[in-house]
Ligand binder design. Structure first.
Ligand code: C2O
Length: 514
């Protein structure tokens, strides 16, 4: 008997760890780049977004940093800076006409995004699997590299190696509109393919709360920033995005920042009158808007700020499949360069940092509820989870969810197997023990977090993912006392008909790393 057990253990040890067998996503082979596909029909797009191929690839080496380049906030730039920035973009756009095959041209640069996001690049060794740089842990590193080279190219075109991109400071009330420098019709930064209703002074709604008053939008924005950066984040993966390795299907799941403020700004700027919300509202066209790069400069800044937060979540992923994932970019000298995720983890080593500005969401923990909501009162109209799921989110739904421990426990809420139509923009919010259903207010203790998705192309049109929202701090603020059940309110904000949630549960907080 004992022997038998021992034998079993021995066998178990021989079963390879799937992680050890896995591989990093490898830089695509440009020569096997194929057509990009439309996000809705799957039809081939009438754009060829493949980069010019090159046999000559060099591995990236970190440059010596003599002087830190400081990216400015877009709403605060000087006249001199603006003149430089405009001239650089003007020259980049001129390349489209003068030498359309120059990989540094404006369209060529925009097409990088299309190729890495609309299925033009296959995973090396997996012909049937696309490379997708969104909806996973590759999100932050890919875009950091993309901007790094874009910025270097702009600098080269104006012969100023110190040039930096400005960041759209949407997380600060002073930056919560499209920056004015992008809204001047006489400037090369201008783009007509934007939502005309959202031109300045329209204020962004980072939480898609539907609030109409600017003041409410500001507090909602700060609340959703606090939630996606701090309150709802239980683990490194929750923030960074799900693991994505060679051989995996694309889009395993977004981190809290990608699906929150990041998506909100895309949708705010994209023109709903265009079929696919071009430019910013769709991956294939997003890079055609000059504002895209400043939006992502702030996304990049969010990553850098997150790494400095004194929360209990580890800030680094040490998985070799993350660190060794690689991409290809043309540099400012038209040289094709292979870069690895591991080399971009500290932006300072790439030679830039961000102009320091106030971060008002940092201490934006919602006020504690003065009086505790009585579970009996809030649970009226709430349904038991059994039998309710899978649930298509056609309307606001209140669900009773059992806790694993009474009262203030270290727990997370898991929404499982969220199935979406990947061709649609989808968004819903999650509240806990909310009494008043004033759903346009996010600045309250009951707001637990959000799910969102930008339309994107996948082979089978159906996306499946989970989200995990930490409840630990929320419990303190709403004072759950010794309750063993909470009421979760699910509020569809966009295309609820096209999202089905497989299940809902509360579990003890999983390990914070990984
Ligand atoms: Cu690559 Cu914000 O999209």
């Amino acid at each position: 008997m004992l022997l038998g057990l021992g034998g079993l253990y021995g066998a178990a040890n021989l079963i390879p760890d799937p992680k050890a067998l896995a591989d990093p996503i490898q830089a695509p082979e440009f020569k096997s780049c194929s057509e990009a596909r439309d996000v809705q029909s799957g039809d081939v797009l009438d754009v060829n977004c493949c980069p010019p191929p090159s046999e000559n690839i060099v591995d990236f080496k970190l440059p010596p940093v003599h002087r830190m380049r400081v990216r400015p906030a877009a709403h605060k730039v000087t006249k001199e800076y603006l003149a430089k920035f405009e001239e650089a973009i003007r020259r980049m756009k001129a390349l489209d006409k003068d030498d359309p095959t120059d990989p540094r041209g404006f369209m060529q640069q925009a097409n990088i995004h299309c190729a890495y996001c609309n299925g033009a690049h296959d995973q090396v060794g997996f012909k049937d699997l696309d490379i997708q740089v969104h909806n996973s842990w590759l999100f932050f590193p890919f875009h950091r590299w993309y901007l790094y080279f874009y910025e270097k190219i702009l600098g080269k075109l104006i012969d100023d190696p110190t040039f930096v991109l400005p960041f759209w400071n949407w997380d600060n009330p002073k930056g919560m509109q499209m920056p004015r420098i992008f809204d001047n019709p006489r400037s090369p930064l201008f783009n007509t393919n934007r939502n005309q209703d959202n031109r300045p002074p329209a204020m962004i709604d980072l939480g898609f709360s539907g609030a109409t008053e600017d003041l409410q939008k500001v507090v909602n924005n700060l609340s959703s920033m606090y939630s996606e950066m701090i309150r709802s984040v239980n683990s490194t993966i929750d923030f960074m995005g799900q693991p994505y390795r060679a051989g995996n299907s694309p889009s395993p799941g977004m981190g809290s920042s990608e699906r929150g403020s990041h998506i909100a700004a895309h949708v705010f700027v994209g023109n709903p009158k265009n079929r696919y919300m071009e430019d910013m509202g769709n991956f294939y066209s997003a890079g055609r808007d000059t504002l895209f790069y400043s939006h992502h400069a702030n996304v990049d800044r969010m990553w850098s700020i997150w790494k400095t937060l004194k929360t209990d979540v580890p800030k680094d992923l040490n998985d070799p499949d993350y660190l060794n994932a690689s991409f290809l970019f043309y540099d400012e000298n038209k040289q094709l360069v292979r870069v690895k995720v591991r080399d971009c983890l500290d932006h300072r080593r790439l030679g830039y940092e961000f102009e320091p500005v106030d971060i008002p969401w940092l201490n934006y923990r919602p006020a504690k509820k003065a009086a505790r909501a009585k579970i009996k009162d809030i649970s009226s109209g709430a349904q038991k989870a059994d039998g309710l799921f899978p649930l298509t989110l056609k309307k606001v739904t209140r669900v009773l969810v059992p806790k694993t421990a009474k009262g203030k426990a270290d727990e997370v809420l898991v929404l499982e197997n969220i199935e979406t139509d990947t061709t649609k923009f989808i968004k819903f919010d999650v509240f806990v023990n909310d009494e008043d259903d004033k759903t346009e207010e996010l600045d309250k203790a009951e707001y637990a977090g959000t799910f969102a998705q930008v339309p994107h192309k996948t082979k089978d049109k159906k996306g499946k993912s989970n989200i995990t929202l930490r409840l630990t701090e929320l419990y303190e603020d709403i004072d759950v006392d010794d309750d063993d059940t909470i009421v979760v309110t699910l509020i569809p904000r966009s295309n609820g008909d096209d999202v089905t949630i497989g299940g809902i549960k509360i579990i003890p907080s999983p390990p914070r790393s990984g």
